[in-house]
Design a protein around this ligand. Structure first.
Ligand SMILES: Cc1ncc(COP(=O)(O)O)c(C=O)c1O
Length: 398
């Protein structure tokens, strides 16, 4: 449904779960439909129809490369963020084992990073999990202290998907500059297209992007891999993507990703300001009109303005999510990948929250299809619904 300006009253809803996934931009859908209809060739084919497909793929690669100020051949298309993260961490483990057996990460990474490190630990790798402060931030000095002669990789995300904390990745990169044998990976899935980050300027060797977080298609993403670094391919076969990722390229999705990147970049500054205003609106309303609420993450020191994580100790996240859904406001309990699990969020626990605080948390995440009315409606519903739920909980406790 295309909402925003041409939204009809009867199908109004406030979708505020953009960190889980975003509504595909109609302009992206149109590009993809066009490619599916007209540019169906295999980019590896020698004939003209294949060449046309290859040309389009290389144009798309250039669009993504320009957005990152890197070279087109430093971009490898993948099936999304999960594959790109696996490609780096498992790939470095395989290709650079001769240099050492130690890697450094944070405890608040996305499961597609966290579980790969758990897997490597079982395989005998030494993995240092850096501490984070109460807002979820890693201290760049801790990264340097944790380095050993055996360290081959540091992996720290840019924006956390649950709380929106912005990690000091530029500073970490600058510190790692002195250690040329240590590679630096940044999962930028939740920041790309919203907060600028240039891998080469920040001494980042690998950077992960996913299409469906920026109003692009699902099942497409890419990895920035600094030139001259080698990685083995997770998938063996036809040797596409310069031997890094076999399999016939998903051209409609690649073209859709490029369109989504262009649109995101065009709107980056304007929307950053809108998100700041909207986040401020929500914070003011809940601070003035609600009690028993805890705001999680880096709100004073500039966390990502489009993600807001709130705890209502004593309430259950799922109950809040469903109560809001009844009023057409769509938010989430922790991240989409783990929101069906009963345990408290690993991320919030690492930040020092109690089980009760973590089990009663919700995430509000904004995107480019949102309008101010969505935020107002979300606030109205929150200040109406939360006290009612809190009252029911008190009644039950008696
Ligand atoms: C920070 C982060 N990294 C990686 C991913 C995985 O991306 P994808 O869904 O494209 O596999 C996600 C998705 O939620 C994410 O939020």
């Amino acid at each position: 449904m295309n909402r925003g300006n041409c939204r009809k009253e009867e199908d109004w809803l406030a979708y505020l779960d953009n960190s889980a996934t975003t509504e595909t931009d109609p302009a992206v859908i149109s590009v993809m439909a066009d490619v599916m209809k007209k540019i169906y060739g295999n980019p590896s084919s020698l004939h003209g129809i294949g060449v046309k497909a290859e040309r389009l793929m290389e144009q798309a690669r250039k669009v993504v490369a320009d957005a990152l100020s890197c070279l087109p051949h430093e971009i490898v298309f993948t099936s999304g963020g999960t594959e790109a993260n696996n490609m780096v961490i498992r790939g470095v483990a395989e290709a650079y084992h001769h240099r050492g057996n130690h890697m450094i990460t944070s405890p608040i990474e996305h499961p597609s990073v966290y579980h790969v490190f758990q897997y490597l630990k079982q395989k005998g790798w030494k993995i240092t999990e850096l501490p984070v402060d109460s807002s979820g931030r890693v201290n760049p000095a801790d990264v340097e202290t944790a380095l050993t002669d055996e360290t081959v990789l540091v992996s720290v995300m840019h924006v956390n998907n649950e709380v929106g904390t912005i990690q000091p990745v530029e500073e970490i990169g600058n510190r790692l500059k002195k250690y040329p044998k240590v590679m630096f990976h940044v999962d930028a899935v939740q920041s790309f297209g919203k907060i600028p980050l240039h891998p080469s300027r920040s001494h980042i060797d690998f950077l992960t992007i996913s299409g469906h977080k920026l109003h692009g298609p699902k099942g497409i993403g890419c990895l920035y891999k600094r030139k001259n670094l080698t990685l083995p391919s997770l998938l063996l076969g036809g040797g596409q993507e310069r031997g890094l990722r076999s399999g016939t390229e998903n051209l409609p999705a690649i073209a859709g990703l490029a369109k989504a990147v262009l649109l995101a970049k065009e709107a980056e500054e304007t929307f950053y300001q809108k998100y700041q205003t909207w986040k401020e609106m929500i914070l003011t309303r809940i601070e003035n009109e609600l009690t028993g609420v805890k705001i999680n993450g880096d709100i004073d020191d500039g966390g990502a303005p489009y993600i807001l994580n709130l705890s209502f100790p004593g309430l259950k996240s799922e109950v809040i999510v469903h109560a809001l859904e009844k009023e057409q406001v769509y938010v989430s309990s922790k991240s989409a990948c783990s929101s069906k699990k009963e345990e408290p969020s690993r991320v919030l626990k690492a930040m020092g929250l109690t089980d009760q605080e973590a089990l009663g948390s919700i995430r509000i995440s904004m995107g480019r299809m949102n309008v101010e009315e969505d935020i107002k409606q979300c606030c109205d519903v929150l200040v109406r619904t939360i006290p009612a739920l809190q009252k029911v909980m008190k009644v039950h406790k008696r």
